[in-house]
Design a protein around this ligand. Structure first.
Ligand SMILES: CC(=O)SCCNC(=O)CCNC(=O)[C@H](O)C(C)(C)COP(=O)(O)OP(=O)(O)OC[C@H]1O[C@@H](n2cnc3c(N)ncnc32)[C@H](O)[C@@H]1OP(=O)(O)O
Length: 180
């Protein structure tokens, strides 16, 4: 296995025509189906980089910006944005093209953390990442910040540290009744 690999060595692109079987009654493709495709491409990209099968540790986060319609051609692009010791952050971008007009819309982007595993299910070290241009550096740094933000979020709302009285004032602004 190489010690360092460039992002282009593991970049993955898939295109799939959206069929009625994956849509709701108004012809929009189910978000869960899109997530499933995104997970698959993240898995492929992470596995190519690490040369091992991976598991999905987390997904951060998915905003469905535009609906995807039946008959549109969806293209997903995945590349490694960040590597840790055993984990990789895979950036996935989803676009949908109206085949009749050629118009392309950006439907969502998300970041999957994949962890490389050996045959015994033990997490294994992944190759480092060669950052070949400014975009790659920006994505790497953004991943560091996202990880820090996620960790701060987790700590802030730990059940053991949550104090109801600290939040009563905030709750008054919302459409709720407290019935504790
Ligand atoms: C094919 C599939 O998609 S499988 C189905 C969906 N996925 C799963 O079932 C995974 C279930 N979860 C697990 O197996 C484990 O909790 C794992 C692999 C995610 C983490 O395993 P742990 O034994 O806790 O390992 P550990 O704490 O050493 O973490 C391993 C790496 O994952 C990272 N990691 C673990 N949890 C998270 C998380 N929630 N978010 C982001 N990164 C995470 C760690 O930072 C670490 O990265 P590093 O080695 O680059 O520093």
């Amino acid at each position: 296995m190489k010690k360092y690999k460039a992002g282009k060595e593991s970049r993955v692109v898939i295109s799939e025509l959206m069929l009625p079987s994956h849509s709701n009654f108004s012809g929009k493709i189910h978000g869960g189906y899109i997530l499933s495709l995104m997970d698959q491409i993240a898995f492929a990209c992470g596995s190519k980089h690490s040369e091992a099968y991976c598991v999905t540790a987390s997904v951060d986060k998915v905003d469905f910006r535009k609906p995807i319609e039946v008959g549109e051609l969806v293209t997903m692009k995945a590349s490694i944005n960040h590597v840790g010791t055993t984990s990789m952050v895979v950036g996935v971008r989803v676009e949908a093209e109206n085949i009749m007009t050629g118009k392309v819309k950006h439907c969502n982007s998300s970041y999957f953390t994949m962890v490389a595993k050996n045959d015994e299910g033990k997490s294994i070290t992944v190759p480092g990442l060669i950052l070949e241009n400014e975009t790659a550096v920006r994505r790497f740094v953004r991943s560091i910040i996202r990880k820090e933000d996620a960790s701060a979020r987790r700590d802030r709302f730990k059940a053991s540290e949550f104090r109801l009285e600290d939040h009563i004032q905030l709750l008054k602004e919302y459409n709720i009744q407290l019935a504790l």
